[in-house]
Unconditional design. Structure first.
Length: 432
């Protein structure tokens, strides 16, 4: 036991929760990937499971590595990587893989990588650093715009056009961090106003561009029909972002008896509802999901619906409790450390995980419109598992510091602005 305590530094409850989520992930993903295995691995579910297991192990490796780094170094790492991360987001926007009319990932060594996952971590960590350095000081609005608002706006803008749900989650986390970091409410409201105006302008431009493109497409289609190269019913107008999001919201409030619940716009919601309703209290049992064969992404976006179908309301509540307990451990850090870099960083990252988990669950049970948010450390995925592992490892790094004596805020600020030097470090130096 002493050997385990020596290796697994930090909050043991968080380690246990991460392990339990990983075990749940293996069991449910194995069940949910039957259709994927049939289409991609010639019916071999073992291959799909081994790929997922490899990514889970890699996520744990990232978590272990992140937990061993002195948390104060993350302040300097985030400060250094912020600009390169923004450049990578811009590169992804222009040259990234286009899937479902969205460029969210790039290929790195044959693997798909989503820079937005890393950008969330870096921005939150950077904000925690800046808020601590500016806390208690008199600063002008220009300084707020340059050091806090600009990084948020640029990061969100580069993510928003291709991934609305991720951008909104990031905005919410940032606003909560600013509030906890005691930024003037007028400054926070001004930032919200800039975000709203910016998004409104983009959506107006997107709607106008889509309308023009559709007019050209209609004209080209009519010419093709006249020449006899296309049938009259082949053309379907492209929707702009507002129409797409409005349709998702509208589908939630529609009377189920007045629409075709199995058409393209309602199919995901319908099969998820069937999965949740058929799960009852204790579920159908492991591996007995039926809706996994109909849901488009049962192993990622709708994995919580599969959990409820196979393990019932009881299984769904247990998974929910794991995330709630994880967040309470993060709250414990804040309660013991008040306003410090470690506490702000841990809270921001912990809030990011719980918010993403709640959105995934809300979509699966029909409380929220369909988005593409995975269930942290449970859904199948590469970059998501990696990012979640790093986030939990960074939180563990802060809890690791709580096992030793604390330092005052002045010492911490001095530590997070000094150059990184880990050549003589075997254990964390002075603590938060």
């Amino acid at each position: 036991m002493s050997f385990i305590n020596k290796i697994l530094k930090g909050d043991k409850v968080i380690w246990i929760i991460a392990l339990l989520l990983a075990v749940i992930s293996l069991i449910v993903v194995y069940s949910a990937t039957s259709a994927l295995a049939l289409n991609k691995y010639e019916g071999d579910t073992g291959k799909a499971l081994m790929k997922h297991l490899t990514m889970l192990l890699f996520g744990f490796l990232m978590m272990f590595g992140a937990s061993r780094i002195n948390y104060k170094h993350y302040a300097k790492i985030a400060w250094v990587l912020l600009i390169p991360t923004l450049a990578l987001l811009l590169y992804t926007l222009v040259f990234g893989r286009n899937i479902n009319d969205a460029s969210r990932s790039i290929n790195v060594g044959g693997f798909s990588f989503q820079p937005s996952e890393m950008a969330k971590i870096i921005l939150i960590t950077y904000l925690a650093r800046q808020l601590i350095m500016m806390e208690g000081k008199v600063y002008k609005y220009k300084e707020f715009l340059l050091k806090i608002a600009a990084p948020i706006l640029f990061t969100v803008a580069l993510i928003f056009t291709e991934n609305l749900s991720t951008a909104l989650i990031l905005i919410m986390v940032c606003m909560v961090l600013l509030f906890i970091g005691r930024v003037k409410m007028l400054h926070i409201l001004s930032l919200v106003g800039i975000c709203v105006v910016g998004m409104g302008l983009y959506l107006a431009i997107d709607a106008a561009k889509t309308s023009i493109d559709n007019k050209h497409s209609v004209k080209a289609h009519e010419q093709a029909v006249a020449l006899g190269t296309k049938s009259a019913d082949e053309y379907k107008a492209k929707q702009n972002r507002i129409q797409t999001w409005a349709n998702r919201l509208k589908s939630m409030g529609e009377d189920k008896g007045e629409v075709n619940r199995f058409d393209d716009s309602h199919m995901q919601r319908t099969y998820a509802d069937i999965a949740v309703a058929s799960g009852s209290v204790f579920g159908k049992g492991p591996g007995k999901s039926e809706q996994r064969n109909f849901l488009p992404h049962p192993y990622s976006d709708f994995i919580y619906a599969i959990i409820i179908e196979e393990y019932g309301i009881v299984g769904g509540i247990l998974v929910l409790l794991l995330y709630v307990i994880l967040f309470t451990r993060v709250i414990r850090i804040v309660s013991k450390r008040t306003l410090t870099f470690g506490a702000l960083m841990a809270f921001g990252l912990g809030f990011l995980i719980i918010l993403q988990a709640m959105i995934n669950m809300g979509v699966s049970i029909g409380l929220l419109p369909v988005t593409g948010q995975p269930l942290p450390f449970v859904s199948m995925g590469g970059t998501s598992l990696m990012a979640t592992g790093i986030i939990i490892g960074m939180i563990l790094s802060v809890t690791r510091s709580m096992e030793d004596e604390s330092m005052n805020k002045e010492q911490e600020i001095e530590a997070i602005v000094e150059p990184i030097d880990t050549s003589h470090e075997t254990e964390p130096e002075s603590r938060d």
